[in-house]
Design a protein around this ligand. Structure first.
Ligand SMILES: [Zn+2]
Length: 412
């Protein structure tokens, strides 16, 4: 039986969302948490965007060091040869890419306005795939942007051309959240059966169906005989109404009625990291987790009405579909209610030593402490938020990588 994998796109679709963004250190921590969680791939950024270069290189170094292993780090670019060339010039060690191009007549007519026809879309894409292969890309996903508004016959033709040129996967993008579970099932099944490549499912929530569509699309692709790679974002953060939420999608795939009897994960996921990753993303994006968010919202395991409270106390399964401990909840949280020393962009060595000492980190030489403090200051300049413990520990443990992450050189 084909299997299910997750590709999280928070560091690409999430950060390109209007009014939102992450620092390079925050993006790095997200990659680390996704790796700990067992997510197959993080779409970790934009290789042709100059301010991403050091961040992408630094994260590939972390992969080389074994810190970001076994997770795949995949870059997202347009499916044109020029973008592939720029990618390998700026980030030569990148090995996993998704190449994206619009396939619907709405987008081809509406965006390219007569400059491109169907045949040009396929030519651009296959040339981009060839260029990526020539540069040593190990996996090449080809994204059909606006696939849900594209004629399925054209999608199959597009997918077969990609396959002929050595693409690894086809991404079915429901870019506008237009599909419903019934239509996406038909589409992904037809693609799986007729193209014969693994299918990525990329769903948006404009009609409130991102998670439902993701599992229906998964069923379609697996029934069509292919592995599935579901695209998610942490807390569902993404363009407009957002993407399929990482935790909710994992829950839907593993806990919904009868689904997991036939449709199974290809790689074990550690749900116990859910709470931590959701809370960190919420903090880093500056967006609260909705109270009713599946699994990680404040009310996900709260009961007050008489019948529910009585029932859940007698047997949690009366009113809870899964346990809070499974999602990494239940540990008491430490909240400082007295004096607080915080490290920021203007901090000095004494306060910094105090903060690191509380985490049992000490420095053998004063110069070393000064260096780490300098990096912490820069990290704070970028995030404009007090760094969390894991960020401070990361900088102390990998100062060279942190320095690279924090180095932005515009107009270089
Ligand atoms: Zn998207």
């Amino acid at each position: 039986m084909p299997k299910i994998y997750f590709i999280d796109v928070t560091n690409r679709d999430g950060v390109q969302t209007a009014k939102l963004g992450l620092s390079k250190l925050e993006k790095t921590l997200i990659n680390i948490y996704l790796n700990e969680m067992g997510v197959f791939q993080s779409e970790f950024g934009f290789p042709t965007t100059r301010h991403e270069t050091h961040y992408l290189q630094a994260n590939l170094e972390l992969a080389e060091m074994g810190v970001l292993k076994p997770i795949h780090l995949g870059g997202w670019i347009r499916a044109i040869p020029g973008d592939v060339e720029t990618t390998f010039k700026l980030v030569p060690d990148i090995r996993h890419l998704n190449l994206s191009i619009s396939t619907s007549s709405q987008m081809i007519d509406g965006k390219f306005q007569g400059r491109k026809k169907d045949v040009d879309i396929i030519n651009d894409m296959t040339e981009a795939v060839d260029t990526a292969s020539a540069h040593g890309a190990e996996t090449i996903g080809v994204n059909a942007e606006d696939a849900s508004r594209t004629d399925v016959k054209f999608l199959i033709k597009f997918g077969l051309a990609a396959k002929d040129h050595g693409a690894t996967r086809i991404r079915y993008c429901d870019t506008l959240g237009y599909d419903n579970p019934f239509t996406i099932y038909e589409a992904t099944r037809a693609l799986a059966e007729n193209i014969g490549l693994p299918i990525e499912i990329h769903c948006h929530g404009d009609l409130g169906m991102a998670v439902a569509n993701s599992i229906a699309g998964t069923k379609g692709a697996i029934d069509g005989g292919q592995d599935v790679y579901i695209n998610t974002t942490i807390n569902g953060i993404g363009e407009r109404a957002g993407n399929a939420d990482l935790v909710a999608t994992i829950l839907a795939v593993t806990k919904s009625k009868k689904f997991a009897e036939k449709y199974q994960l290809g790689k074990k996921v550690n749900l116990a990291k859910s709470s931590k990753i959701a809370e960190f993303a919420s903090y880093a994006f500056g967006i609260p987790i909705p109270i009713n968010q599946p699994g990680v919202g404040a009310n996900a395991f709260a009961h007050s009405s008489g019948i529910h409270a009585d029932g859940v106390l007698k047997d949690p399964e009366n009113y809870e579909l899964y346990g809070y401990k499974e999602l990494g909840r239940g540990e008491p949280k430490f909240v400082e209610t007295g004096r607080e020393i915080i490290t920021g962009q203007y901090s000095g060595i004494s306060g910094f030593g105090h903060v690191m000492g509380k985490m049992e980190v000490s420095f053998s030489r004063r110069e070393e402490a000064n260096e780490i403090l300098e990096l912490v200051r820069y990290a704070n300049v970028e995030s404009q938020r007090p760094l969390v413990e894991d960020e401070l520990l990361f900088i102390a443990k990998y100062p060279k990588v942190a320095k690279k992450l924090l180095t932005l050189t515009p107009l270089d």
